[in-house]
Design a protein around this ligand. Structure first.
Ligand code: 13P
Length: 252
């Protein structure tokens, strides 16, 4: 079985609505690749204008977060139904920046994953180890724990459609990309863990991205690995380079 690649940009806290539309217009003609699903994960305030700007293209729009309650007195938060109504199809959950700066835990990640599925949103579930954990040799144990908690009460049918992003924290925004071997080793371990939680068919179906300083030059080798099904791209998703990353299999 072959999985379709999924290449997503995570714009993080960049781009005003005006800038976001301009960037979407710049990238639109550059990110056609029928071998890959293409997603722009944008700040909440940019969602509506970007959805409008990419109408009629292959680009899907994702959010960078949601809240796990249905609705109500949660000042400042954004619900799953707000996202779907605005035209969002994907949502990043548990990015390491949210875990570090906004106190997200494996438990809140799990609640958000369940809420996303309940509303038909595809979660891009982030996991990743710190440099200290890698040096201590506990990377795989740590990631397995993150994955097991993130998928609590997620059904097999839901899990098959999920996206996992393996993002070593030490590789994010540092220009220090994991080696192909390091990235493949962890993505393969994640797939094995999914196989243990569910079964072989679910492990085969789920898509696992690598994230962390992905560039036009590192993407082709990374995405050619058997267990790496694309990337979650930060800095390089804000530039025309993203077009080259999406077309990783056509670069000269
Ligand atoms: P960079 O590509 O800027 O390292 O960011 C990776 C990331 O955090 C994507 O979610």
């Amino acid at each position: 079985m072959s999985r379709k690649k999924i290449i997503a940009g995570n714009w993080k806290m960049n781009m005003t609505p005006t800038e976001a539309v301009a960037l979407a217009e710049t990238l639109k003609p550059l990110v056609g690749n029928e071998d890959a699903d293409v997603v722009f994960c944008v700040p909440a305030i940019d969602i509506i204008p970007v959805v409008e700007a990419v109408k009629g293209t292959n680009i899907k729009v994702g959010a960078e977060n949601l809240y796990f309650e249905e609705k109500g007195a949660y000042t400042g938060e954004i619900s799953a139904s707000m996202l779907t109504d605005a035209g969002v199809s994907y949502v990043i959950i548990g990015h390491s920046e949210r875990r570090e700066y906004f106190a997200e835990t494996d438990e809140t990640v799990n609640k958000k994953v369940l809420k996303a599925f309940e509303h038909g949103l595809t979660p891009i579930i982030c996991c990743g180890e710190s440099l200290k954990q890698r040096e201590q040799g506990i990377t795989i144990d740590w990631i397995r724990q993150q994955i097991k908690i993130a998928f609590l009460n997620v059904t097999e049918e839901q899990a098959k459609t999920a996206v996992i992003a393996y993002e070593p924290i030490w590789a994010i925004g540092t220009g220090k990309v994991a080696t192909t071997e390091q990235a493949e080793e962890v993505c393969a371990a994640i797939r094995q863990c999914i196989g243990e939680i569910y079964d072989g068919a679910t492990a085969e179906a789920i898509r696992i991205q690598y994230g962390g300083s992905v560039s036009a030059s590192s993407a082709p080798e990374l995405f050619a690995q058997p267990d790496i099904d694309g990337g979650l791209v930060g800095g390089a998703s804000l530039k025309a380079d993203f077009g080259r990353i999406v077309n990783y299999n056509r670069n000269a």
